[in-house]
Design a protein around this ligand. Sequence first.
Ligand SMILES: Nc1ncnc2c1ncn2[C@@H]1O[C@H](COP(=O)(O)OP(=O)(O)OP(=O)(O)O)[C@@H](O)[C@H]1O
Ligand SMILES: [Mg+2]
Length: 415
Amino acid sequence: MKILVIGGGGREHALCWKLAGEGHELFCAPGNPGIAEVAVCNQIKINDRKGLLDWAKEVQAELVVVGPEDPLISGMADMFRENGFLVFGPGQDAARLEGSKAFSKDMMKRAGVPTARHQVFSDPGAAKEFAAQLCASDEGVVIKASGAALGKGVVVCDDFEHAEIVIEEMLVGGIMGDAGRTIVVEERLRGKEFSLLTLVSRSQIRSLPVAQDYKRIGDGDTGLNTGGMGSYSPVNWVSDDLVAQVEEEVVKPILASLAELDIDFRGVLFSGLMLVGEHPYCLEYNVRFGDPEIQTIVSRLGDGFAEALLACAKGEAIPEISVQNNAACTVVVASGGYPGEYEKGNKISVKSVPDSVTHFHAGTANSGGDLVTAGGRVIAVCGVGSDLESAREHAYAGVDGVSFSGKQFRSDIAK
Ligand SMILES: Nc1ncnc2c1ncn2[C@@H]1O[C@H](COP(=O)(O)OP(=O)(O)OP(=O)(O)O)[C@@H](O)[C@H]1O
Ligand SMILES: [Mg+2]
């Protein structure tokens, strides 16, 4: 099958690597130097809708997979569908689950999905009043910019004084721009976080193996939040029963509520969860594969991934995907300074690696024949093994083989 993947980061490299490995012919725009090893890349800008559509026609793509959230939120899947393509990725309506936290929370409430108590505000006075109310019964409160804010729009506040400042900054100061003109003020939950990625074909679902991710930059979960610094799978504390419970309480009800509004979901639903006592609460939905969770997940899947994505695109029953009896660990190698300011254009050298290690490129580029850094997260190194310990060893051996000036990574992934 000819498959066109839209995007050019670590997630898209993992998708192309897996799909090419199943014997399909891969095309990717804009791609990156790592993706170019497994797919034909064409550096069309992601906002060049016409250019992407023309190329999809030219290569006669039989399946289009839209990777990142931004194009999904702005309706790229709809554009391809309207032009007769089979697309894995929700349309603009369904992508509001990620693009608008106000919409998402209201849908959760309507669907009866367990989630933190909340209200939506654009008036600072009313927002502060509700925040004060929540702070009176618990320590802290969470303030969220409603719009897509590159993972920087959520602030967990320890007390009302902090919440007041954040509300003021977002609603009056406008520091999040339009994304923060509407905010969600919600109850602060405490528990252990995990996420579940579920393939969705209308009302039919199939969850992928659970992978635990690491959001903070520093060892021991310290320092600033990032796009994700590593992941591993399997996760022993998330049982099959818990996954089934999340499917029943968090995934199926939201899809049913979307269906009531005539919204059809064909893609992947990422449920961000917190286990409070024994009860899973939904913190958020995303509408794309998690990065770097998907690098770990595809390294554990057997055959049938492409067929499953195609079935979702068609709205048909999703065939089973086998899962190998192995473990995988992904460690992100990032630029010095990330998630703050960082240098670009530093020369990267990558030593050749055994089969148990894969380098998924995220922020890399070619410059005058050299591979150079081009983003905060540079390469996600995934190791596989018969158990987590060996997967971890392989991943870190692969990390050692990557060098560039300013290289940083967490040393405690899957520890
Ligand atoms: N109600 C809550 N109680 C406690 N912590 C919360 C709550 N809501 C969010 N958080 C914390 O904030 C983080 C980010 O929240 P959320 O996932 O909604 O934001 P996001 O910016 O959309 O994240 P992502 O980039 O993963 O999509 C969560 O992973 C969690 O650690
Ligand atoms: Mg999100």
